[in-house]
Design a protein around this ligand. Structure first.
Ligand code: SF4
Ligand code: SF4
Length: 477
């Protein structure tokens, strides 16, 4: 009688999918700061130029009301992602995880063969061997270089590459930038070479809050106790190390006790113990068990699934549950509010202050009485090029055409990002009011615009023109 061997087709390991995702994120992070459209970056928070670039649109620091929207979206996005997929951010997006994979798996294991296998992350290299000491030094040196690249890359979102390299040509003139670059790079060396996954377990605040976000439908790396058997008791103590002992209690327990899922774990935990704070959802244990159980013709005992589906066997995981829908609604709402606020962006800035003296009245040579109001205009050109500006006064019905701009007579240039002060004098020769006891306040609207860009680069500001009472006018005659 021949024994039939069942073979199952192994799925593409999650590890490879993560690597592709890491490459995509890394390329995007490296390339995005270099991409400019009309002089604007995708994201740049420039403290030296007091500018926020978002989605290739520039905003002035006075327009930083968009930043809280971004932060809300970031936090809500991460929280929503955690409710849906556990610590998926840690395993798939977090730079700490990507850097550790580069340092431990690529440099130390694949490149320098300092570690034996990617599959065994528990076994530290034997540092009593001289050759390993040299390899470690080379690994650290390579990582120091990459740390500087990573730190510079981070800074490019605050100091664009075109300025960064110009500033770094004279580093002593830019000590803050140099100090920040060095600090980030040194921290990365300490973090990735020495702190390792302890950062994820003990330092990162996200690991503290994530467990309160989980529910029974949260998708995470899960060991199927129904199939595999209970390796740990209710007090989380390990009670079995051999399959035969386990099967003596649970005859159908499938876990071979090979511990492949344990040795591969970068945070050094045993997923068979249940949900643990240290798990970063990297799914390496899923891949490991898939191989082990695959050889036996069975599906993995560790899967990326929910307690609802795997442990409680209540049916398929509910992805679109009320909590998730609430997060999606909130995110879409905030994104819509941000787009609406962003679309109301003014393409120039103008503040108008009226001078302390309400008005001046004088008699012209031809006998006409001139009434003048003076204002201080503070105008800022937020575009990338020098523009030529002028104004128009819009008056209420009944008095249209009665005010003229006495000063400045001509349009004027304003260079980008310079705040230009202009004294503006409005004058009238007409009788705008006939009040014996009080001055008359006439509401006016100032339309300031860039010549040649009317309708696009222009703003409207409300102000007033004060017309004197009768006795003041009489005195001037
Ligand atoms: S238990 Fe370990 S290997 Fe498995 S997903 Fe969590 S961190 Fe990764
Ligand atoms: S890899 Fe699978 S079979 Fe091996 S110990 Fe882990 S859960 Fe058990």
């Amino acid at each position: 009688m021949t024994q039939e061997t069942t073979t199952i087709k192994l799925p593409t390991p999650w590890r490879f999918k993560r690597y592709y995702f890491f490459i995509l994120i890394t390329v995007m992070a490296l390339v995005l700061p270099w991409v400019e459209i009309n002089g604007s970056h995708f994201f740049l928070l420039s403290f030296d130029k007091l500018k926020l670039h978002l989605g290739f649109v520039q905003f002035d620091m006075q327009e930083l009301y968009l930043l809280p929207f971004l932060l809300m979206m970031l936090f809500l996005g991460i929280f929503g992602m955690t409710v849906m997929g556990g610590r998926v951010f840690c395993g798939w997006i977090c730079p700490q995880t990507i850097f550790r994979v580069i340092y431990r798996d690529v440099i130390e294991t694949k490149l320098l063969k300092l570690r034996k296998r990617i599959k065994n992350k528990q076994q530290e290299p034997d540092m009593s061997i001289a050759a390993n000491k040299v390899k470690k030094a080379v690994a650290v040196l390579l990582w120091v270089i990459l740390s500087f690249v990573a730190s510079a890359n981070l800074l490019w979102f605050f100091v664009p590459p075109e300025d960064f390299f110009a500033y770094m040509a004279n580093p002593l003139d830019h000590m803050i930038l140099l100090g920040t670059l060095l600090s980030f790079a040194l921290f990365l060396v300490y973090d990735i070479v020495f702190l390792k996954e302890d950062y994820c377990i003990y330092v990162c605040p996200y690991s503290r809050i994530q467990s309160v976000l989980y529910d029974e439908n949260t998708v995470m790396a899960l060991y199927n106790t129904n199939r595999g058997g209970h390796i740990y008791n209710d007090d989380k103590e390990k009670v079995f190390t051999k399959q035969k002992d386990l099967q003596a209690v649970e005859a159908h327990a499938e876990c071979t006790a090979c511990e492949s899922c344990v040795t591969v774990c970068p945070t050094h935990i045993d997923i068979r113990k249940g949900l643990q704070l240290e798990c970063i959802n990297c799914l390496e244990c899923v891949d490991a068990c898939t191989v082990v159980m695959g050889k036996l013709g069975k599906p993995s005992l560790v899967t990326w699934s929910s307690e609802y589906e795997i442990i409680d066997k209540q049916g398929k995981t509910k992805y679109f549950r009320p909590k998730i829908i609430a997060y999606i609604v909130l995110l879409v709402g905030i994104a819509a509010a941000m787009v609406i606020m962003g679309s109301k962006k003014e393409h120039m800035l103008l503040n108008i202050n009226k001078e302390n003296r309400l008005y001046s009245v004088h008699k012209e040579r031809d006998g006409r009485i001139a009434v003048e109001n003076a204002y201080e205009f503070l105008l800022q050109n937020t575009q990338n090029k020098t523009l030529n500006f002028y104004f128009e006064v819009i008056l209420p019905e009944g008095v249209q055409g009665t005010l003229e701009i006495e000063k400045p007579k001509d349009s004027f240039d304003v260079t980008p990002d310079i705040k230009k002060k202009k004294i503006v004098v409005l004058r009238t020769y007409d009788k705008l009011a006939d009040d014996a006891r009080h001055d008359t306040i006439i509401p006016i609207t100032i339309r300031a615009y860039a010549i040649g860009h009317e309708g696009e680069i222009e703003v409207l500001r409300k102000s007033t023109f004060t017309y004197p009472r009768e006795d003041v006018l009489r005195e001037a005659k």
